[in-house]
Design a protein around this ligand. Structure first.
Ligand SMILES: Cc1cc2nc3c(=O)[nH]c(=O)nc-3n(C[C@H](O)[C@H](O)[C@H](O)COP(=O)(O)O)c2cc1C
Length: 306
């Protein structure tokens, strides 16, 4: 059987399929279920200094197994999650706590987390930080100064200078997660054309299979220009989807929407399918396929010109 365990930032993962921040890990119970479902690591729902106050409903099913959502961050405080964080650690599953959003917020939350739960890694969401370079780098630097564990920057779609961000931020952060959900987007029920989601005009963020090609390209662009690990998220629901992300340069993948639509067993199922695919193609480990597409594309560009 191919080896799908992997070490990233010095942390050992039993398999490369992690949870992504969302309602799939939105409560203590859901975190327990994700571990039972075979996740290789637990990335938790984003917490901030103040609990979110989202107008309901926050989720609507979309076409092609996608979802629209207008969820911001957790409505529960950091303290609520502390027992669940500790539970992950006692199960020897890597714990990656997601936090946001301002330089002050992440510095304060990071300091508390390192003292109380010592997560293996801290991921910070940039969803409400904007898309310009300066504020993004400021948040990254603030968190880096506050903690000693590795930190991952979660990238939202639509950053205009993605390569520039990757190059500048790679001297601060220990990894990139790409991508957050895409938006704003809209769906209309033509039999009842009124806003459904709780957001002001019913607009939401799109996730799941419809955003996979955008996520894949973002991972490819991040992995191509810098050497820090890239973690892929966006529409992954099968081993073959995940393999595409590894070939584009990802070291790990994350799943949110497929877990919400199909249940928490999806993490272990995708991990099993990755191993099966590697076996059936005579690869002994994930290492052998990581960045394969980048190398092939560069080879072709050398022959034909870019
Ligand atoms: C309902 C919902 C809530 C989410 N909440 C968060 C969040 O709190 N923090 C975050 O960084 N990403 C959040 N995301 C984004 C996911 O973590 C993920 O990056 C994105 O949905 C793409 O992956 P997927 O297609 O597997 O869902 C959320 C996604 C959904 C669908």
């Amino acid at each position: 059987m191919a080896d799908i365990s992997i070490i990233v930032n010095g942390v050992s993962f039993r398999n490369p399929v992690l949870t992504a921040a969302g309602p799939n890990v939105g409560s203590e119970e859901m975190i327990h279920k994700a571990i039972g479902g075979g996740a290789g690591g637990i990335v938790t729902k984003t917490v901030s200094v103040y609990p979110a106050k989202d107008k309901k409903p926050t989720i609507k099913k979309g076409n092609f197994e996608g979802l629209f959502n207008c969820e911001t961050w957790s409505e529960k405080p950091l303290l609520y999650f502390t027992p669940a964080y500790r539970y992950v650690r006692t199960n020897r599953i890597p714990l990656i706590v997601s936090i946001g959003y301002t330089p002050e917020d992440v510095s304060r939350l990071g300091t508390i987390l390192e003292k109380e739960v010592q997560p293996e890694i801290i991921e910070f969401s940039t969803h409400y930080t904007g898309r310009s370079l300066k504020p993004l780098l400021k948040v990254a630097a603030s968190l880096k100064r506050a903690v000693s564990c590795p930190i991952w920057m979660k990238v939202s779609p639509g950053i205009p200078d993605l390569e520039e961000l990757a190059l500048s931020a790679s001297s601060i952060v220990d990894g990139f997660v790409a991508i957050n959900s895409l938006g704003p987007t809209l769906d209309i029920d033509i039999e009842n054309p009124h806003p459904f989601l709780g957001s002001s005009y019913g607009e939401g963020w799109l996730s799941g299979p419809p955003i996979l090609p955008l996520a894949l390209c973002t991972v490819y662009r991040l992995a191509k220009v810098q050497a820090k690990p890239v973690i892929g998220a966006g529409g992954i629901s099968s081993g073959e989807d995940a393999i595409k992300f590894f070939m584009a340069g990802a070291s790990l993948v994350q799943i949110c929407t497929a877990a919400l639509r199909k249940g928490p067993e999806i993490y272990g199922k995708v991990a099993g399918e990755i191993a099966e695919w590697l076996d059936s193609h005579n690869y002994a480990s994930l290492k052998e396929i990581r960045g394969l597409y980048i190398r092939n594309a560069e080879e072709r560009a050398k022959l034909l010109g870019p």
